[in-house]
Design a protein around this ligand. Structure first.
Ligand code: NDP
Length: 282
């Protein structure tokens, strides 16, 4: 496993396991399998409603707490200082932990400045080793940095071969914010697994399309958190450290960029409305 060192010195694995859309009743099994496959970073969120299962798997896995890296996220409806602190306590309780490694603001909507102040306090109190954000476009990221004390350690944004985010990455580098990809396999969309360019490079290395796409992100310095409920795919997705893409292959993959998302548009008023009005039982 390779690691990155965040802007506050905390060390984070470069490959982790994402649990979005894994139902509570399957998530414990999936996380136990992922730990067995060698994953040490687990990425969940309050709104995924599987923190309890993640916590059970961590407890059952028997891996020393300081070898694990657990990320969770505060949802929009818990924006603001007091609500974020209460939401954090609930997440911690569901996870059965006494600290989390990385706590993220899930979305740049609502009172996320209030949330950030709460997170700065949680960080100083040692309840969270690193704090960061998710889905922040560069303008909101820079604004948050300029008007607060702690610079986010991480920005977790959709990033994959079809939506490469080079401009976002440049801003994050400038401010020392680690780029983390969600949806590193393009969530299987846009014909990802059958893409002829990726398939050609995969054949040349005797690897899978998933491995090529993950390796491409790692070589750009991006942390990846692929999700799978299948142990064979979990093993495949973490087996990406013993080969290297050439400069030419990196450049060819760069041509796949469409500059946009099929999943979400954070500038779409309809999305802001949905995020701002939907309530979850969390
Ligand atoms: P991914 O890009 O990781 O793709 C997951 C899909 O790919 C699943 O359908 C999975 O199916 C399939 N898959 C995984 N590995 C392989 C493989 N080797 N070969 C073939 N198919 C494969 O999408 P996610 O949306 O899950 O993103 C990863 C993580 O990022 C999430 O789980 C979550 O933790 C985080 N995330 C964060 C968001 C945010 O707003 N901050 C938004 C979305 C995700 P199967 O399980 O059947 O194998």
């Amino acid at each position: 496993m390779q690691h990155v060192t965040l802007n506050n010195g905390v060390v984070m694995p470069s490959v982790g396991f994402g649990v979005f859309r894994i139902p509570e009743d399957q998530a414990q099994r999936a996380v136990e399998d992922a730990l067995e496959a060698g994953y040490r970073l687990i990425d969940t969120a309050a709104v995924y409603r599987n923190e309890q299962a993640v916590g059970r798997a961590v407890a059952a896995g028997g891996i020393a707490r300081d070898e694990l890296f657990v990320t969770t996220k505060v949802w929009v409806q818990h924006g603001g200082e007091a609500a974020t602190k209460a939401a954090f306590d609930r997440s911690l309780g569901r996870l059965g932990l006494d600290y989390v490694d990385l706590y993220l603001i899930h979305q740049p909507f609502g009172d996320y400045y209030g949330s950030w102040r709460a997170m700065e306090q949680l960080n100083r109190a040692g309840q969270v080793r690193a704090i960061g954000v998710s889905n922040f476009l560069p303008d909101r990221l820079v604004d948050l940095i300029l008007h607060n004390e702690i610079v986010p350690a991480v920005n977790q944004i959709e990033t994959h071969v079809f939506f490469q985010r080079a401009g976002d990455a440049a801003v994050m580098r400038e401010y020392g914010v680690q780029h983390e990809s969600w949806g590193p396999l393009a969530q299987g969309g846009r014909g990802f697994f059958d893409d002829p360019l990726l398939a050609g490079i995969a054949r040349a290395h005797g690897r899978s399309v998933a491995q090529i796409a993950l390796r491409w992100l790692l070589q750009r310095g991006v942390v990846v958190i692929p999700k799978s409920v299948r142990p064979d795919r979990m093993a495949e997705n973490i087996d990406v450290f013993d080969f290297e893409l050439t400069d030419d292959e990196m450049a060819r993959i760069a041509t796949l960029d469409t500059g946009g998302s099929d999943a979400r548009d954070h500038r779409d008023p309809a999305f802001a409305r949905w995020i701002g009005t939907t309530r979850f039982d969390i």
